[in-house]
Design a protein around this ligand. Structure first.
Ligand SMILES: *Cc1c(COP(=O)(O)O)cnc(C)c1O
Length: 387
């Protein structure tokens, strides 16, 4: 393993060059690879020689991205998928069998919730939800059938913070796999493996791309677990495209710079919102008013780029606020160089009853901001105008 620091590894971990001696990594847009002769092909198929065979199995651009992201997360190996949800699904589908049980934080991404509630039960895989910060409840929910404990921190969209070290200790004591969706923090702000996580999942669509161009998912773990995931994914086919891998690998080169700026601007906006008369409350992991600020500061290098707040006046005020924004994009994404605003109660969570929304921490006046990289005063002026 190289002794370079992570900022350098994100830029310099490319090891080989082709005969063209290119400086930047070339793009290998090819679905398959050729062999010298029948013997070479036979040896490649029986894993006797290392060779690319088919891009559903492996591709140089995907491999380069995997090596980088494994190093940045402090894992041994990684796997890439077409989307973040494919990474979530592949992890569970590769490692679980009928009758296995999942314990999960209640504060998880909407599509992950949908997998737990509507899809996995078809195959006899059941999930028990626990309140995000009820540590005793996690331990009590684990049964002999439990194979995976799953959580997001910070969570989407509630920004709940869960103590990774505490959960890591529970998982070791109870012998279950600890899986963390690290999408909001990225490896720049938080490395869950350091706190005992066995598997880290990313929607690379968000901060890792960071410019709203491509979809992608990443799974980082030990070599042994990645081998199992690979055995499933090669044949079920959720592969990442070489083009997307090339884009995402390039994006990693600037991730640390982008995260620093996202975090700095988001903290400043969160502080200003806290003092605004039209705002009931603000939630941001590094604000002193956040209920889990101490844990956030223990496990994260900075608070991230997402700020949520409750506007006075409820559902109608939330919708009216969005309509008056002009710089902010109204789009269901986050982690982009462009600032984004969403109103969960009238969009992603509109099918839930107000009581059900409250249970997952979504009030009718909740507005979620993904603070971009535009000039901070332009961001603030747009918000001020909309109030
Ligand atoms: C967006 C998101 C996902 C899903 O990722 P896609 O790339 O959209 O499939 C999973 N987890 C979290 C926390 C997300 O924000």
């Amino acid at each position: 393993m190289s002794t370079y620091r992570n900022e350098t590894l994100a830029i310099r971990s490319q090891s080989e060059r082709t005969q063209q001696r290119e400086h930047s990594v070339p793009l290998y847009l090819t679905s398959s690879f050729t062999f010298e002769n029948a013997e070479h092909m036979r040896a490649a198929f029986s894993d006797e020689v290392e060779a690319n065979i088919y891009s559903r199995y492996s591709n140089p651009n995907v491999d380069e991205l995997l090596e980088k992201v494994a190093q940045l997360e402090g894992g041994e190996a990684a796997w890439a998928t077409a989307t973040g949800m494919a990474a979530v699904f592949t992890t569970f589908a590769a490692l679980l069998a009928s009758g296995d049980h999942i314990v999960s934080s209640r504060s998880v991404f909407g599509s992950t919730h949908n997998l737990f509630v509507n899809i996995f039960p078809k195959w006899g895989i059941m999930t028990t939800y626990v309140d995000a910060d009820d540590y005793e409840a996690y331990a009590n929910a684990i049964t002999p059938a439990t194979k995976i404990l799953y959580l997001e921190t910070p969570s989407n969209p509630g920004l709940d913070i869960i103590d990774l070290e505490k959960i890591g200790a529970i998982c070791i004591a109870k012998n279950v796999l600890f899986v963390v969706d690290n999408c909001f923090a990225t490896p720049v702000l938080q490395q869950p493996i350091r706190f005992g996580a066995d598997i880290v999942i990313h929607s690379a669509t968000k901060y890792i791309d960071g410019q709203g161009r491509v979809l992608g998912g990443l799974i980082v773990s030990t070599q042994e677990i990645i081998d199992k995931i690979q055995a499933f994914a090669r044949h079920s086919g959720p592969a990442m495209s070489p083009f997307n891998a090339w884009v995402l690998s390039k994006s990693l080169e600037t991730l640390h710079l982008r995260m620093e700026k996202h975090c700095q601007q988001a903290l400043e906006i969160a502080k200003r919102l806290e003092n605004h008369p039209a705002v009931d409350w603000v939630k941001y992991p590094f604000l002193d008013s956040h209920p889990q600020v101490t844990i956030a500061k223990k496990q994260m290098a900075a608070g991230g780029g997402i700020v949520s707040f409750q506007i006075k006046g409820g559902l109608e005020a939330g919708r009216a606020f969005l309509d008056k924004l002009s710089l902010f994009s109204l789009t269901p994404n986050l982690g982009d160089s462009r600032s984004i605003a969403t109103h969960p109660a009238s969009t992603t969570h509109s099918k839930l009853k107000p009581e059900e929304r409250a249970e997952v921490g979504i009030s009718d006046g909740l507005v979620r901001l993904s603070i971009g990289l535009e000039h901070i005063e332009d961001i603030w002026e747009d918000l001020e105008k909309a109030f």
